[in-house]
Design a protein. Structure first.
Length: 348
């Protein structure tokens, strides 16, 4: 779940009293001050998710109270549920996501290890958040679609209560995944990662990835130009050792035709993984391996840190210059790229 949200801080204490006073001084008309007063407060954020006519009901009520403290206390003690309707639930879900961004990113950072990088784990926890929202949506608003009876019944829930549920679920998922990692020595959270610094002196700084060589591509351990056909042979041999060679014939067709259109998704994924394990280090293969889920990486003992290093090494080996837009303008669009852009109308 890739959300481009700015991380926001959620507080148990309301810090928007000054803004709320300005809202009152405006004759209860400047809603921007009211929303600013609710910003960041777990007890008041629900009011930022209400429709204007729903919000008016609460504003009319606090007008009858004597001072600002009483008004804020009333709003805190009479919060409307975040799941009154499915429409309100959706608005609250998106609002909560912004306040969970930093929390999820932190949990992803904590799980950063040899079997997955922080970005991978952050995506896993966003997926967990999505599953939580869908779980309650079905049981609160679409019980007729459930295949079997559920013990979860509809109960009015406050905004902050749902935040706590999400936090606990994400933390529980992180601890469960950490426990599973301890059961796999090759993916343990307790082993040093490849970006582990071995020397503390800045003049002679060394990382584990500088010491641990890639047994396939390092120039000290293998020849530079490996024949592609040999790589395919090795990849097919690896496929024969996987699940009794169930996918070998299909993978062989994939290698021969280089066409994945008529093959199932798992065959293509396995075919590319075996090419990587056999020694193929093309930009496309490395990019594909980097995008694999943590499940596949753990199953085939693929280190995200090592893949990132291999990608960087490949970038550093490039000797040609990629023409910039300025270069294209200078040569008058005579190059192939310049002609293409001129044809598309981007170069005058």
């Amino acid at each position: 779940m890739a959300l481009k949200l700015q991380g926001k801080k959620l507080s148990k204490r309301a810090n928007g009293k000054d803004a709320f006073k300005k809202f009152v001084e405006s004759g209860y008309t400047d809603i921007s001050f009211f929303l600013k007063a609710c910003k960041g407060s777990e007890d008041l954020l629900i009011y930022t998710c209400l429709k204007p006519n729903e919000l008016k009901e609460y504003i009319d009520k606090i007008k009858t109270l004597e001072d600002v403290d009483q008004q804020l206390k009333y709003l805190k003690n009479n919060q409307p549920p975040m799941n009154t309707t499915e429409e309100r639930f959706d608005v609250c879900k998106d609002s909560i996501a912004a306040y969970l961004k930093n929390y999820i990113a932190y949990n992803g950072f904590v799980m950063n290890n040899g079997s997955g990088d922080a970005e991978d784990w952050t995506s896993e926890f966003w997926l967990k958040y999505t599953k939580i929202c869908n779980f309650y949506r079905e049981r609160w608003f679409h019980r007729e679609k459930l295949k079997k009876a559920s013990t979860v019944k509809y109960n009015p829930m406050l905004y902050k209560e749902f935040v706590y549920i999400c936090r606990m679920s994400i933390t529980g998922e992180r601890r469960h995944q950490a426990f599973l990692a301890t059961q796999k020595p090759d993916a343990s959270l307790f082993k040093p990662s490849l970006d582990f610094r071995l020397d503390t002196k800045k003049d002679n700084e060394k990382y584990l990835m500088d010491v641990v060589k890639d047994p396939v591509t390092d120039v000290e351990l293998t020849m530079d130009n490996v024949n592609v056909s040999e790589i395919k042979k090795k990849a097919l041999q690896l496929s024969r050792d996987y699940e009794g060679g169930e996918y070998t014939k299909q993978i062989e067709k994939f290698y021969e035709n280089e066409d994945s259109a008529k093959l199932n998704k798992k065959t293509v994924i396995l075919g590319k993984i075996f090419l990587y394990k056999a020694g193929l280090r093309s930009p496309k293969v490395l990019s594909f391996i980097k995008s694999l889920s943590n499940t596949y990486k753990a199953r085939f003992n693929i280190s995200s840190a090592l893949v990132n290093k291999q990608i960087n090494d490949l970038k550093n080996k490039k000797t040609f210059k990629v023409p910039s837009y300025a270069d294209i303008l200078e040569d008058g669009g005579k190059t192939r790229i310049g002609l293409i852009l001129r044809k598309r109308g981007t170069v005058e």
